[in-house]
Write a new protein. Sequence first.
Length: 279
Amino acid sequence: MTTTASGTRRPSVLFVTDLAYEARGRRYCDEDIFLTSRLRARFDLALCHPRDAAALLDRFDGVVVRNSGPVLHYPEAYEAFRRRALELGIPVYNALDGSGDMAGKQYLVDMDRAGLPVIPTVDRAADLGLLPEAESYAVKPKLGADSEGLRFVSRPELDPADDGTLLVQPRIDFLHEVSFYFVDHDFQYALYAPAPERRWVLEPWRASAADLEFARTFVEWNTLSHGIQRVDACRTAEGGLLLVELEDLNPFLSLDRVSEEVRDGFVSRMAESVAAILA
């Protein structure tokens, strides 16, 4: 933490990102270059690769984890970072206590069993009969990301040896996907993909009261104490929404798809949220 000429103390933040990561349909580096350019007005910032975070974090007041790529690409480095952050008690943003994608996709199974509006999901061969009839089914790793390991089959199948490691879901016929973005529990904006086959070609979506009630159900369900959450859903042919994913680790924000006013509002709210955990 440094002191300005006016005597104001500026917190120091380690901003974890992988500017070289290539994501299908998204420019991770552009988003984080923009965010850091704006957050520097309030914090002393340094960027580092996720593999270097554990060794550097004790030099900063807090850590912001952003577009660092799926942690399955560097599991040992990520676990070392988590252990070190908890050991030192250094604030991390997002907090490390989320129950969404941060902890794997077990939440989809748990939510389905609890009767929440999610795509029907099972993770055991004995439960395949609980899935509704569909033309095809998706099978994917519980710890997967960016569609890695995803495959489609004509009938639900799961080897008992894979129990607890894979998810099986019916392939839903939907109108479009819509994402809701929150800072802490405060809704910021929504975007949707008009063409289902072009997931990341997004446009602003004016969320209805029912849409927001749906999204808040999952934000409130989550145990994340502070940070950014993205609630991804698909709208069925009947007009309802089903949860696809609750991203609470390092959700891509698609800030290039919103207006300047919305973008400014988001950055301001994020800066307030980060400052609150450093106070």
